[in-house]
Write a protein that binds this ligand. Sequence first.
Ligand code: COA
Length: 378
Amino acid sequence: MTNPDIKKGLAGVVVDYTAVSKVNAETNSLLYRGYPVQELAAKCSFEEVAYLLWNGELPTQDQLAGLTARERAGRALDPALKAIIDALPTDAHPMDVCRTAASVLGARHPLAENASPEANMSKAIDLWAAMPAVVAYDQRRRHGQELVEPRDDLGYSANFLWMTFGEDPVDEVIEAFNVSMILYAEHSFNASTFTARVVTSTLSDLHSAVTAAIGALKGPLHGGANEAVMHTFDEIGIRPEESLEQAATRAKAWMEDALAQKKKIMGFGHRVYKNGDSRVPTMKAALDKMIAHYGRPELLGLYNGLEQAMEEAKAIKPNLDYPAGPTYHLMGFDTPTFTPIFVASRITGWTAHIMEQAAANSLIRPLSEYNGPDQRSL
Ligand code: COA
């Protein structure tokens, strides 16, 4: 057998150019179309960031008004899609519901087989506008609750919360949710984005690429980690009556034990960032605000205890999913809904990459080195 230079997991392999975002592990920075994500999270709405990812520039007021009007007009849950969601078991994973929804929306789209740049932009906006209703309704139906109709007097994030909980969201919560949507929107050639680009490279359609990307995002080594973080918190035990210090002590002990058993702890580590995830400080600040808002210091104790014990034992830093998980928990989202929220956000990044791939396409088809049995006869 020859000895080719195999790059397991494509680690360290640069496969193409992208102008959508730049991840710089050395400087712990992440730029969307040149803008630091922290600045975007502090100053922009998710709608503005979506426009930026798709078009390369932040919108003028008129352009933002145009996008906002389209998004608001596309928020209602299509009754045909609702009927399909209703036919899915309530114990199906919400990511399976999201994946099914993306596929159904593709099959029902009037431009389904049109892959022109204009059609792709239209489909991207439609899918982005439609997904919050899917995620929100899916959480509600699991509790036996009715669909909440969208409100066009609310921005994207506020309406998402409204459709999930059926209550007027408060400003602090809207702001933290908006920050999370911006931070989750884009991250260069991660596994799900690469999946979307692979599908696009065969000249398949945008909804097929997004449907495949949702499948890739579901795994706990990728997007599913935000859900897995909450399972860790649950396993340690969430005790609202506990002090921050008590919770931290229990969390540290849990982590030491888990690491002694060589467990992989979800929400820590990253393929690209080895000295910390650029998005964590901004998301942690949003989590801190939610902990103060809901008066739940013991959750900060769990957070700190795990982080400190991991730092002392292996110096592995948290990734974005670590602060995002407890933030969504505090807001009232069910744990299995966390990764679908990530989907709703990442649709923007995926579709920006799909359009970029389509504009300068080359079929993605790597080689493999055969290591099965030598040729033989029947
Ligand atoms: N918990 C415990 N140990 C971890 C770890 C974690 N979360 N992440 C990495 N490590 C350890 C590995 O065990 C390995 O140690 P070893 O060399 O002693 O075997 C070393 O760090 C390198 O890890 P590896 O898994 O090979 O790195 P990778 O670049 O392939 O993995 C991830 C990156 C993200 C897949 C990995 O860190 C992980 O599984 N994290 C948990 C899942 C998660 O949070 N994913 C969301 C990413 S945004």
